[in-house]
Write a protein that binds this ligand. Structure first.
Ligand SMILES: Nc1nc2c(ncn2[C@@H]2O[C@H](COP(=O)(O)OP(=O)(O)OP(=O)(O)O)[C@@H](O)[C@H]2O)c(=O)[nH]1
Length: 593
């Protein structure tokens, strides 16, 4: 290789390097200049540094310039925990979480008044937001802690601020399977800071995925901690609107759990929820009126509509992406919808929905709150991080294997998992590798290398876990895991698995099509018998074809969000408003008993 060639290569590398820097700068700048609202969650520290450079002038405005930290770039995460057992690491993590729990705040909107100029308001908000990001960046640098990929786009938080300010009642939608993970206690505190009468109601959605006995325990916990809550299932309510009922996944032959009428544990119907929301919001507005407080002006940072008798009460909906806010709003609006999507962050601006002269709903974009998580794999499993970002599929599947009992996995997938070796603890959870291989074997999933296609299997298993086909749930703190899956209640019957694999919605009796249920198991059994585990290849070509059909069965129906109802006129603040025509109340049970 000649000297010139070397120089040419060197130049090319330098040029490439400079181009990359230029692109990074442009990318960094785009956070500021972008007008389209985009959720920014998984921003690396490098991005943060670039962004920080852009915001340098604002940082100078900070009250205490000496407090400005530089954001270190941490490329090697968790190095000090190398060699630590997982239990020890978790223990250390818990200690650290307890120590820093108070630092997990949502950003506050700085005080403002209508007399402020737009520029002044914007600068104040940016500055406060940077201070907030800085404090969380410090937490992120603590390698013992794992933080959720919390929302980093100020404009999304601005949407939340406005929803909090204008709502009388704030509804925090959470996933019933792990309500405390999705609950943001600091948001409740913030709501009360804006107005001491404001309350937050925990809407425990996807309650159809919890057995009654588990709901009872959570109800006890919520009562004990004075948390206002309601069990709800947007899916069941939507099904009821269409004259269908949702198959109860926990009903078994031996444990025929009937739906309960107990107001604490029952799953509310659509009409009941609307009535309850209006009642709670009116109570708040009444209290505020009685106290003579007219403190709803913008200078106080809130402008809830319930003070004036002629104004409807406002109920705001907030929550993590994918907890079912859109499904809930669709069900409450009562319009026929085509479906919803599991892609997070699609709702860009908050929407105002006028339900009646007395009740207005306000739907905020879903956003990830700052919180502690056990691991990034755990966040993939609970749907906070998209499955597409999964690089270490075994680790993510291990989360599923740890949380869903062995017998439930075997029953749902109709597979046999290898038993623990005699010298191993007999109650150990299955290893991800064991689960993945057994799943691949049963479905005929083979990669081009001829080895089991674990990546494909992992995606399907995680999707089933998130969608509730692999049943799981957390118990309230202080209740042992052994109580989680108490016998029959935890094991869906064969027919229920078939139902859940084909559809969760039961058609009305006259539409029942039982022939859809049978083939699901036929092909699984076929796959089991025809997959040659030793060779890692399907012994019958037809099996692979069948397993593809099985994959199709696992696919959800199209879930494009129907946001047509969201387009409407303007409420004077640039936000779309829609007037909703209520459907007549739906009768019948919400969830099959
Ligand atoms: N089993 C069950 N699934 C539900 C329920 N509500 C919503 N889902 C499912 O949860 C997923 C997310 O629902 P969405 O309504 O799109 O969630 P979202 O909170 O609006 O999401 P963003 O728009 O990203 O904020 C979808 O796959 C829904 O079918 C429910 O009550 N029960």
């Amino acid at each position: 290789m000649g000297k010139n060639e070397k120089t040419g290569l060197g130049r090319a590398l330098v040029k490439h390097h400079n181009q990359m820097i230029q692109q990074s700068k442009e990318k960094g700048r785009s956070y500021r200049s972008k007008k389209v609202l985009e959720s920014v969650t998984d921003v690396s520290n490098i991005d943060a540094v670039i962004e920080q450079g852009e915001e340098e002038e604002l940082l100078q405005l900070a009250a205490d310039p000496s407090s400005r930290p530089d954001l270190p770039i941490r490329l090697d995460s968790g190095s000090s925990s190398i060699g630590m057992s997982p239990e020890k690491r978790r223990e250390e993590q818990k200690k650290e979480e307890a120590l820093h729990a108070g630092s997990l705040s949502v950003p506050r909107r700085p005080p403002w008044s209508p007399s402020m100029s737009v520029e002044e308001l914007d600068a104040n908000e940016r500055q406060a937001f940077l201070v907030w990001r800085r404090s969380l960046a410090r937490l992120e640098e603590n390698e013992k802690l794992v933080l959720t990929p919390f929302e980093k786009n100020l404009d999304i938080w601005r949407q939340l601020w406005r929803v909090v300010e204008r709502s009388d009642l704030l509804v925090m939608v959470v996933d019933a399977r792990d309500p405390l993970f999705y609950r943001c206690a600091d948001l409740e505190a913030y709501a009360q800071e804006t107005d001491k009468y404001k309350r937050t109601l925990l809407l425990v959605n996807k309650a159809d995925l919890l057995p009654v006995s588990v709901r009872e325990k959570w109800a006890k916990f919520f009562h004990l901690h004075e948390i206002l809550f309601v069990f709800w299932s947007a899916k069941a309510a939507s099904a009821a609107l269409e004259g269908k009922k949702l198959a109860a996944p926990w009903k078994t032959q031996n444990n025929n759990q009937e739906e309960t009428d107990d107001p604490s544990t029952k799953i509310y119907g659509r009409e009941e929820l609307l009535v309850r929301l209006q009642f709670e919001a009116e109570e708040i507005a009444k209290l505020r009126r009685e106290s003579g407080s007219s403190s709803t002006g913008p200078s106080d940072g809130h402008s809830a509509g319930g003070d004036n008798l002629s104004k409807p009460v406002v109920v705001g909906f907030v929550g993590y992406p994918n907890v079912g806010k859109s499904s809930t709003i669709n069900a409450l609006v009562g319009q026929k919808r085509t479906g919803v999507t599991s892609t997070p962050g699609k709702t860009k601006h908050f929407q105002t929905l006028i339900i009646s002269d007395e009740l207005t709903l306000c739907d905020c974009p879903g956003l990830v709150f700052p919180s502690f998580s056990s691991s990034r794999h755990g966040m993939i499993a609970c749907g906070v991080l998209p499955i597409d970002r999964m690089t270490e599929h075994r680790e993510a599947v291990q989360v599923v294997a740890n949380r869903v009992p062995r017998s439930v996995i075997e029953n749902v997938y109709k597979i046999s998992l290898p038993k623990p070796k005699p010298y191993e603890p007999q109650d150990r959870p299955p290893l991800a590798s064991e689960l993945l291989r057994a799943y691949c074997a049963s479905r005929g999933y083979v990669a081009s290398s001829g080895l089991p296609d674990e990546t494909r299997a992992a995606r399907q298993i995680l999707k089933d876990y998130i969608d509730g086909k692999l049943p799981h749930y957390e118990m309230p703190p202080g209740m042992g895991d052994e109580e989680c899956y108490d016998g029959d209640a935890a094991e869906p019957s064969l027919s229920e698995v078939a139902e859940s694999e084909s559809s969760d919605i039961e058609n009305p009796p006259d539409n029942e099509d039982e022939s859809e249920i049978g083939p699901v198991f036929d092909h699984v059994l076929d796959d089991l018998s025809s997959f040659d585990v030793a060779n890692g290849l399907s012994s019958k070509k037809v099996t692979v074809k069948k397993s593809n059909a099985s994959h199709k069965n696992h696919k959800k129906p199209q879930r494009k969000k129907d946001r047509s109802w969201r387009v409407g006129n303007d409420d004077g603040d640039g936000m779309p408003v829609i007037r909703v025509y209520q459907k007549p109340p739906s009768g019948g049970p919400v969830v099959a008993g």
